[in-house]
Ligand binder design. Structure first.
Ligand code: UGA
Length: 444
């Protein structure tokens, strides 16, 4: 099939590569010339494991091209996939839909009557209907519009796209359903379930899934708050409840909580959407989910104060800037949020991250950045683990102990082999844990 992927961020670039690898002809479109140039040259403009190689492989098939705008060839497109960002609006909690709207306006002149338009971005329920009316105002026929949410995670984006747990197609007419089933035939052939719903349900499925995941993390972090108060251990608690198949052991890691370009903005947008529907009570618990999440970040600074007193001019090594490992994305990153709180408290924070340093420099030009863990830790009064990179779990506690001014570490992700660190002379404080009574090691 001929497919246009509009928007070439984490979602669009991965989708374009994956669909061309399974045999479709794909044009990726993004107005950002630098992004298009990089992709044409076989370079993914962000860090995503395996995607560079897959991009080059897809390009050698001749089935993947990139452009900054639609050209005459867009009239041959069967499926227009909208993969543009839906960031939080500047004026409230809701989603900003302007990139979706301009995508619709730009593709309209090239839309054939039997081509379909499919949204993949995360949106408030009812967006497909609104975009369909917008599109209808541009064309002389009734356009086809549907929603096909995406569940890929950064760090495992390509695998999640090629072999997802499920594919959800939100279609309101048989023609869109037929074309989407044809597009996903290579996935259906390997028994990936395709769940067919209407477009509104599909829009809700995505925010519901992300809200559930965020709630799961905040639930275990709430247990961590209680555990800290009474001297219990939330990591062991998570293990114990996780054996119950109804609960499951995934997404129950305690620490400084969730961040990134999706979960935080999606739970805010869901609250705004529910309020617009007069149903704020239905998802009012999401405000608590966010509160718990933000409290865990502040907890790190409280512990630092309890241990060190005034933080003015104290040197803190922040290990990690990315919102999670295997990405260079620092959007709404818990590690960076903790770093900002420590700055605000007067500390001198030096940040290390294996992949996200460029993004840190771009967003925080004045921040101290270290090229290695050793450089970050040298002379530190406190070390904080902010991102669960494997490199930190494997770091040499003895070598780092010789470099630090004060051997104090707060493990915000529960990844350090504590006994080793303690044997090397470190005082280890791990969020939600009782290391005295339960010195069990957890390794990523
Ligand atoms: C999330 C969803 O997991 C994807 O299914 C969805 O497609 C994507 O958002 C999206 O909407 O596009 P992602 O943002 O890549 O994916 O990251 P997650 O793996 O969900 O992690 C989110 C945050 O939660 C990270 O900061 C991570 O460190 C934190 N986390 C995760 C925990 O604190 N504890 C856990 O047990 C798991």
């Amino acid at each position: 099939m001929n497919i246009a992927v509009i928007g070439l961020g984490y979602l669009g670039a991965t989708t374009a590569v994956a669909l061309s690898l399974v045999g479709h002809d794909v044009i990726g479109i993004d107005p950002d010339q630098a992004k298009v140039d990089a992709l044409r040259a076989g370079r993914v403009p962000f860090f995503e494991p395996g995607l560079d190689e897959a991009l080059v492989e897809a390009q050698t098939t001749g089935r993947l091209r990139f452009q900054t705008e639609h050209i005459h060839t867009s009239v041959d497109v069967d499926v227009f996939l909208l993969c543009v960002g839906t960031p939080q609006s500047r004026t409230g909690l809701g989603a900003d839909l302007r990139y979706l709207e301009s995508s619709i306006d730009n593709l309209a002149p090239f839309l054939r009557a039997n081509a379909i338009v499919v949204g993949k971005s995360t949106v408030p329920v009812g967006t497909a209907e609104k975009l369909k009316s917008r599109l209808a105002a541009h064309v002389s026929f009734e356009p086809y519009m549907s929603w096909n949410p995406e569940f890929l995670r950064e760090g495992t984006a390509l695998k999640d796209t090629l072999t997802p747990d499920r594919i959800v197609i939100g279609v309101d007419d048989p023609h869109s359903e037929a074309l989407l089933r044809q597009m996903y035939e290579p996935m259906a052939a390997v028994n990936i379930p395709i769940v067919k719903v209407d477009s509104k349900t599909a829009e809700l499925v995505k925010v519901a899934a992300n809200s559930f995941l965020a709630t799961k993390i905040s639930f275990i972090n709430a247990m961590a708050e209680i555990s800290e108060q009474v001297g219990a251990d939330a990591v062991l608690l998570a293990e114990a409840i996780g054996y119950d198949e109804r609960i499951g052991n995934k997404f129950l890691k305690t620490g400084i909580g969730f961040g990134g370009g999706c979960l935080p903005k999606d739970i805010r947008a869901f609250q705004a959407c529910a309020a617009d529907l007069g149903l704020e009570q239905s998802v009012s618990f999401l405000a608590q989910v966010e509160d718990i999440n933000l409290r865990r970040r502040r907890r790190v600074v409280d512990i630092a104060r309890e241990e060190l007193g005034d933080l003015t001019n104290r040197r803190v090594a922040m290990l990690g800037a990315a919102f999670k490992p295997e990405t260079d994305d620092i959007r709404d990153s818990p590690a960076m949020a903790v770093a900002e709180l420590l700055w605000a408290a007067g500390a001198h924070v030096v940040i290390h991250d294996p992949k996200a340093v460029e993004n840190v420099r771009r967003m925080y030009p004045n921040v101290g950045v270290a090229e290695s863990v050793a450089e970050a830790v040298a002379g530190a009064d406190l070390v904080v683990v902010g991102t669960e990179w494997r490199e930190y779990a494997l770091a040499d506690a003895w070598q780092l102990g010789a470099l630090a001014k004060n051997k104090l570490v707060i493990d915000g992700r529960n990844i350090l082999p504590y006994r080793q660190w303690q044997e090397a002379g470190w005082k280890v404080i791990a969020l939600g844990r009782n290391l005295e009574h339960n010195p069990i090691e957890v390794l990523v």
